[in-house]
Design a protein around this ligand. Structure first.
Ligand SMILES: [Zn+2]
Length: 349
């Protein structure tokens, strides 16, 4: 297997040491890749800045103007949890550009698969609003590039970040060319509060959104159960030509923001399923785009395990281990989605 990593130097000035989404996250990942011995096996691509036209394929022009102005003023809070600095404009264009490059390299067959190692994350950014640490929606910009420029007709986006990818959902809610599957913590107090099972798309996009709203403390077994029984058959029904993964690792049991009990090994088993699906359905074309993950050591371990699997190897040891807490019962959620979701009933495509 040939696997690319796309890295971006543009993220570094977008930093606030009082925040959890900091430049140290990516620096630690790069160090971990060097120490893992994987670096010589990976093809490294340097990110180009995305163009404003590429960003405007999914975001309103006003949103670009707002971020550009905030950066040129030296930075400010865009909203309560989303900071900017003088470097945020380039950081945001670099993260979106790296995601585009990863997709382009895979679709053009230059590599088998890829991981865009980017920040700021993107999946909360809606068509009109930066939010939740996210400036532009990196995975959505890359998906639109695949559809509009690279000739791809169907993209599946799987989002396993512990938070709902509300921005990605909004961008493709009425689009039947993009299947969006998100597993996430769900409840009145959990960010961003969207992603209910009844949010399944509208107009021509009806049925092309699958949300798995999860109670707290779901662990490896629960997640694998849901990915095997719900996510896998839905993606099979959709038959994508490309799979993108919004790869957030804040579902790890030791993450400070998370609500779940996933382990590094659990994430690796989900990754294994998604890679196998890509081989079955779309010549192995799969691209990971980094989202959350705020316990930096756990984040590094998860990324390294994912890279090993993209290279066709076993994930390696889990330095953190698993938690043994009882998992919540997911049979009611599973039954409800099977009975109500159009793609699980085989009613669409
Ligand atoms: Zn998250």
């Amino acid at each position: 297997m040939t696997t690319a990593i796309v890295t971006t130097p543009y993220h570094e000035p977008h930093d606030d040491p009082t925040h959890v989404e900091i430049a140290a996250r990516l620096k630690a990942i790069h160090r971990a890749i060097e120490q893992s011995g994987l670096l010589h096996r990976l093809i490294q691509l340097d990110a180009r800045l995305a163009t404003e036209e590429q960003i405007q394929a999914v975001h309103a022009a006003r949103m670009l103007e707002q971020l550009h102005w905030a950066s040129s003023e030296g930075g400010m809070l865009l909203n309560i949890d989303t900071y900017t600095t003088y470097g945020s404009w380039d950081a945001a264009l670099g993260a979106a550009g790296a995601s585009i490059q990863a997709v382009e390299a895979v679709v053009q067959g230059r590599v088998n698969n890829a991981f865009a190692l980017v920040r700021p994350p993107g999946h909360h950014a809606t068509p009109n609003q930066s939010m939740g640490f996210c400036m532009f929606n990196n995975v959505a910009v890359a998906a639109r590039y695949a559809l509009d420029v690279l000739g791809i007709e169907r993209v599946a986006i799987v989002d396993f970040d512990v938070h709902h990818g509300n921005g990605t959902q909004d961008i493709f809610y009425n689009d039947n060319r993009v299947l969006f599957c998100s597993s996430h913590g769900y409840g009145a107090t959990f960010y961003p509060g969207t992603g209910g099972a009844n949010e399944i798309g509208k107009d021509v996009g009806y049925g092309f959104t699958l949300n798995l709203p999860l109670p707290f403390n779901v662990g490896d077994e629960g997640m694998l159960y849901l990915y095997e029984r719900l996510v896998t058959p839905v993606i099979r029904n959709f038959c994508p030509q490309l799979i993108l993964v919004s790869a957030g690792y804040d579902g790890h049991w030791d993450d400070p923001l998370g609500s779940m009990n996933l382990s590094v090994s659990g994430y690796a088993r989900i990754t294994e399923q998604l890679i196998a699906l890509a081989h079955e359905l779309c010549q192995g074309r799969i691209v990971f785009v980094l989202e959350g993950g705020y316990n930096i050591q756990a984040l590094c371990a998860c990324v390294i395990a994912s890279l090993r699997m993209l290279l066709g190897n076993a994930p390696g040891p889990d330095p953190f281990g698993s938690v043994t807490a009882n998992e919540p019962d997911l049979t009611i959620l599973t039954r409800r989605l099977r009975q109500t979701h159009p793609l699980l009933q085989g009613l669409i495509v």
